[in-house]
Design a binder for this molecule. Sequence first.
Ligand code: SF4
Length: 295
Amino acid sequence: MKKTTSGKKTAAGRPAPAEGAPVGGAARARTAGDSPRGESRTALVRRARRINRELAEVYPYAHPELDFDSPFQLLVATVLSAQTTDLRVNQTTPALFARYPTPEDLAAADPEEVEDILRPCGFFRAKTRSVIGLSKALAEEFGGEVPGRLEDLVKLPGVGRKTAFVVLGNAFGRPGITVDTHFQRLVRRWRWTDETDPDKIEAAVGALFPKSDWTDLSHHVIWHGRRICHARKPACGACPIAPLCPAYGEGETDPEKAKKLLKYEKGGFPGQRLRPPQAYLDAGGKPAPPLGATG
Ligand code: SF4
């Protein structure tokens, strides 16, 4: 595992890049980080792509944290994940899909029964309406299959572009950028864009990366937002991309205090902390399965 910081500080008190890091790139990145408003387009693209490469090393197993076995299950789970944790959704969907395995089954469900199952996810009445409504649309208009086109997906009840891109990227292998709350916060901290509208953020960030990077980029950013770069207390002192980040210092910079802010794997089991980066590799240097993964 490549180290990202050397433990030394720059003159500005920011973490210096690891020894062996490309000197020119690091220098440009530090300069860009210190005064990103004057950063050229080329420097921004380089810094953005370097952040993504660093995050890919820290989170080689970044993937959607919702459990699913089919596009239909991913679509429903993504709709249910609004305003709650993926962990909560993963605890709820097994009962839902055991009782209603297909869109036709869910379309014909008694709403009160579905509400009882979905209650732990919050907003269970609205979510029940959405999943029954989208199941009806799938059954009646798409032969019981989830369509693989953005324009069809966003017509389904309760399905916006964010949900559609999650499904396209992870169930159909079509590149997409998922602009959730973590993504919005982090790309603004990194000054990749000043946009606030999700569609404009999606377009601005998409222009910095090749399309083939979009889906994995979304996972890396969201994982980083969940584990290290939190909304209230980002753990800057334990952050592998601190040398590239214009917002370094917005959170705790003391390494020991920052380590205590790291959040859990797989949505949050109390007592379970983020693994150190090298723990993502097995003894042979190959990526190890994420904590909580089975099989
Ligand atoms: S944790 Fe701090 S240094 Fe790391 S990305 Fe977030 S704001 Fe930047």
